[in-house]
Design a protein around this ligand. Sequence first.
Ligand SMILES: [Zn+2]
Length: 297
Amino acid sequence: MINNMKNLFKFLKKSISTKKENSFFKVETFQAFNFLSTMDLEQQIVANNISSVNGWCSVCNKMTAMIFSHSLHHAIKNGMFINWREDAICQECHFNARTRATVDLVDRLILTGIKSAYATEAVTPLYFALKEKIPALIGSEYLGEDKIGGHLYPYQEKRVSHEDITKLSFSDNSLGLILSFDVLEHVNDYKLALTEIYRTLKQGGHTLLSTPINPRLKSTVTRAYIDNTEGQVKHLLEPAYHHNFIGNEGILCFHDFGADLVDLLYAIGFSGVDIFIAQSATRHYYGDFIIFLYATK
Ligand SMILES: [Zn+2]
């Protein structure tokens, strides 16, 4: 098995120290970035029926076993879309590659000491992991159209704050940091959401965003929208649903984001947008889609 592992990652350079390894590439544009090929790795996973590997978990802060899911095996075997973002799940903390990379990047950007920080989630394991690192962090969930922003509502035996990202209850220039992970693709008017993030950030404040971005797609594709006259969802493409933490059903994906999301942030007024791409053999950040945008007001 150990020899197998050595072969498995031979094509990727392993760093000497897993703890200090820089597993993020900061790029100006997606076009300039050569994503590592995962084809050899995928073939070996299937050929050797590998269900888990050891890797460095940034949440557990140690080497742990990481599970390759049945759906990953299935996708490789059947030539389907291989979702590396949501796979390589740590057996101990159950964080996947994307959420492990999120915790990792928050550490690397040293966002921990910020005095006023808000996250667009409040009940997820990711929120609690981030709250440990950023004590000032407050979070909310979207609890329904009839709810009032900034008010607490009973939810999952807790009291949880409600916010609608397109009309945040925070004052202008009030927050030092806004974290939003895999929310934007589910928001009909994502431009308004980003405008709200900009409005509520202090001058010099930052937002760290993740959302599925296809770096090879020049322009964002809208899959569905809400018809304002009827208030109903209209589908332009076959409905795509993502799993979410809050409900039992999947949540509708309105947009497939392209590289133009970065241009939009500049158009809204952000003074700088850094693109971080997570790629690491020791942490199992693979594929082309573990991308973060770090924008400064
Ligand atoms: Zn872990």
